[in-house]
Design a protein around this ligand. Structure first.
Ligand code: FAD
Ligand code: NDP
Length: 530
């Protein structure tokens, strides 16, 4: 096994990198690939069994599993600072600038709501004006947690004898990856390579976007309170960020180019939006940004136009772009290894995670037409390592992956949307069960229940195989997770209806589902327990 060496989390080096519409001011990768030498393995045998490029969810999972199975493994991880200079440590997007800080800020917002609810449960609290929230305290707590995870991740790699190299990996040829570390240039040869480089936020190509806008790479470590914020984009990230910012007391506006949550069931997506509106989030529909300017007082003037080409503007403290993510393949010089990218010019189209170059694999967000979710990257990486080093033949199943949008009232789902089911099977062959419900916890504080809604999409014939389940309400991720396992085991409506619920919970609502859309019966319940 190779000995372990860990360098600083982020190493500044001279690399000029194309990033979305921007050029990071760093010098040419090509310039680095000269003068290396010393560390090249002179024998014909590759130095490593597996070299992983990217130490995020997928890369770390594959590296650790491969090492457990006795492989000699190195992981390269390097974070190019964001255009606003944000940078972070080992662990990838989820840990540093994704799932984890996002969930913590979502939780902070939910707690603010709970503080208010608690009055009606008898808690004697100061008046609302005397309760305040500190962004700085939240940011410090979140960053403290993130840094502890960075540290634990490094220790874990060392314990598992995975070599961690804090350097940007660039293919020199199909059998060699080049990197630069604080110690100098290094060439790594391996039997197998795994590309797990993930992605980074895109920016719209408009004046001022890069100079004055921020992205999800920056929001969780923003040193000052974001204030009045314009969020551009209505995917997962846009809605989640606008949701927690509003919950923390900041004025939040979402700018939507077309629809909310493209790819999701649109009835559910619009309920998510309605709930956010009820809670105070503003929406600008069918609008695109045209420019961001900095005013003399430091505020940002955002300009935009609507579908009729009418122009508008307003001032904000923060403009956050959440307009999708770019896979980090351009920096890898894949052409030198002969690895092809898919039609979109960025992502790798791999069958069972194997690229067109047989010993080069890819997992995670860099894969073409696969869900960009942490557990997807983790499971695919683990299963791949078992196939490469553990005699396994089990491949990753990308179907029926459950997911949750952590909007103020969460939306969890698994399987097909109503639209996708109709497109695949035809409307006559689909039965949609649905219903509103009243969470017991909402009664005493008299919270809005009008957006607590669930839907089960099933085949119409026989035992009615369930194709998709959709749930909007508190803890939607917790509710939907177990049903995802049931769907993998071919859950039917009959089995769902014969399942005895746990009372009083919100997850039991799925076991009480009985009204079909086709029947036209009112899906609004009279009480909590009918
Ligand atoms: P990453 O985790 O992005 O890791 C790639 C690593 O490789 C990075 O550290 C990168 O810097 C490094 N790297 C890139 N190029 C090179 C190179 N050439 N050399 C060396 N290192 C390199 N998913 C969920 O399941 N649930 C959520 O709640 C959720 N919330 C999210 C919230 C936000 C704001 C964002 C942005 C994402 C969220 N995601 C969530 C998605 C999730 O973070 C990603 O799907 C997941 O991190 C992808 O893992 P990965 O291994 O493909 O890449
Ligand atoms: P998405 O692709 O989901 O959404 C991008 C949004 O930006 C869309 O609303 C899109 O509109 C809009 N948009 C794109 N370009 C422009 C533009 N030039 N001007 C204005 N609007 C624009 O990306 P996200 O960044 O939100 O998320 C990326 C991925 O990260 C997700 O797919 C998800 O897999 C993962 N993620 C998972 C989370 C979770 O599990 N809870 C949370 C956050 C992220 P249009 O529809 O018109 O194209």
């Amino acid at each position: 096994m190779a000995s372990v060496f860990c360098f600083g989390s982020v190493l500044f080096r001279g690399v000029r990198t194309f990033h979305g519409n921007s050029f990071f001011l760093l010098k040419s990768v090509n310039n680095q690939i000269r003068g290396f030498s010393s560390i090249v393995n002179k024998s014909n045998k590759p130095e490593y069994d597996l070299v992983v490029i990217g130490g995020g969810s997928g890369g770390l999972s594959a590296a650790k599993e491969a090492a457990n199975l006795g492989a000699k493994v190195a992981v390269l991880d390097y974070v190019t600072p964001s255009p606003r200079g944000s940078r972070w440590g080992l662990g990838g997007t989820c840990v540093n600038v994704g799932c984890i800080p996002k969930k913590l800020m979502h939780q902070a917002a939910l707690l603010g709501e709970a503080v208010n609810d608690s009055r009606s449960y008898g808690w004697q609290l100061p008046s609302s004006e005397n309760i305040s929230h500190s962004w700085e305290a939240l940011k410090d707590a979140v960053q403290g947690h993130v840094k502890s995870v960075n540290w634990v991740t490094r220790v874990d790699l060392r314990d598992k004898k995975v070599e961690y190299i804090n350097g940007l990996g660039v293919f020199k040829d199909a059998n060699t990856v080049h990197t630069t570390t604080k110690q100098g240039e290094k060439l790594l040869t391996a039997k197998y390579f795994l590309i797990a480089v993930g992605g980074r936020p895109r920016y719209p190509n408009i004046p001022g976007a890069l100079e004055y806008g921020i992205s999800s790479d920056d929001i969780f470590s923003l040193p000052h309170a974001p204030g009045k914020t314009l969020v551009v984009g209505a995917g997962y990230i846009g809605l989640e960020c606008a949701g927690f910012l509003n919950g923390l007391g900041y004025d939040a506006t979402v700018m939507i180019r077309s629809i909310v949550l493209r790819g999701f069931d649109q009835q559910m997506a619009n309920i998510v939006k309605a709930e956010m509106q009820d809670k105070g989030v503003k929406f600008l529909m069918q609008c695109v940004p045209t420019a961001i300017e900095k005013l003399a007082d430091g505020k940002l003037k955002a300009s935009w136009q609507n579908a009729q080409n009418e122009t508008f503007s307003d001032t904000f403290d923060t403009v956050l772009f959440a307009v999708g993510r770019r896979a980090l393949t351009a920096e890898l010089q894949l052409d030198k290894a002969g690895v092809k990218v898919a039609g979109d010019g960025e992502k790798i189209d791999a069958v069972n995670e194997q690229s067109n170059v047989p010993h080069i694999y890819a997992v995670g967000d860099v894969l073409y037409k696969k869900p960009e979710l942490t557990p997807v990257a983790i499971v695919a990486g683990r299963l791949l390592a078992r196939r490469l080093f553990g005699n396994s033949t089990l491949t990753m199943d990308y179907q029926n992956v459950a997911t949750t949008v952590f909007s103020p009232l969460e939306y969890g789902c698994v399987g097909l949307s109503e639209e996708a089911a109709i497109a695949k099977y035809g409307e006559d062959n689909i039965e949609v069960y649905h219903g509103y419900y009243k969470p017991t916890e909402f009664f005493i504080p008299q919270k809005n229940v009008s957006n607590c809604y669930q839907k089960v999409v099933a085949l119409r014939e026989g035992a009615q195989k369930v194709l998709g389940m959709h749930f909007i309400g508190p803890y939607a991720g917790e509710v939907i997770q177990g049903f995802a396992a049931a769907i993998k085991l071919d859950l039917t409506i009959e089995a769902l209806m014969n399942t005895v619920g746990i009372h009083p919970t919100i997850a039991e609502e799925f076991t009480r589902i009985s009204i079909t859309k086709r029947s036209g019966v009112d899906p609004t319940p009279a009480s909590c327990c009918n």
